[in-house]
Design a protein around this ligand. Sequence first.
Ligand code: OAA
Ligand code: MG
Length: 230
Amino acid sequence: MAASSSKQLSRFWEWGRNIVCVGRNYAEHAEEMGSAPPAEPLLFLKPSSAYVREGSPIVRPRYCRTLHHEVELGVVLGRRARAVPQDAAMQLVAGYALCLDMTARDTQEQCKMKGLPWTLAKGFASSCPVSDFVPKEKIADPHKLHIWLKVNGKLRQEGDTSSMIFSIPYLISYISHIFDLEEGDLILTGSPKGVGAVEVDDEIEAGIGDVVSVRFKVAQGTEPGSPKGV
Ligand SMILES: O=C([O-])CC(=O)C(=O)O
Ligand SMILES: [Mg+2]
């Protein structure tokens, strides 16, 4: 089944599809978070309204004091996937994007302590900044990519996708045995080490090698009546 042409997959963020995030997929990041490398992928979801594009700011929720950046390789699905074997999984990939898994780290710590889900920490509006779509033909090997992130021009995060604990085909196969992945879905493959806080008015710049890059400013959420958090 070919990718639908009614909506352009190159604007996958407009499809309203699943954003599936993988946590602790780099051993050094798991370690800096005080966690052991996982034996199975750790999964969580963001709502599709979490997308934000260059030109709009990343908005720190009112309940968050410590907003962290996490730079991640995003994988865009080109076809529906149900219980796909690993050796067929890469055929379902349409392309890639540079993604940020913005995290209200203080909220996440509270959620962990109280045994609550991470939705407030990971799923707030603008928690998923994304670059332009990079068609798969432009990436020779997605497991040999250099991903990087700077804050106000200073390098904060650098990682090589060869260090992922679970590979892209493993993740697609694993997730597709839990629920159907759909055309236009995005998988965030986890953050390398070096996560850290950003403040209001900071500028984040991040990229996949010299293939694609993005810039975002950080703003403060001011909506009255915002939740207090956990
Ligand atoms: O919050 C975390 O550290 C888990 C996560 O998203 C990641 O490893 O990318
Ligand atoms: Mg992450």
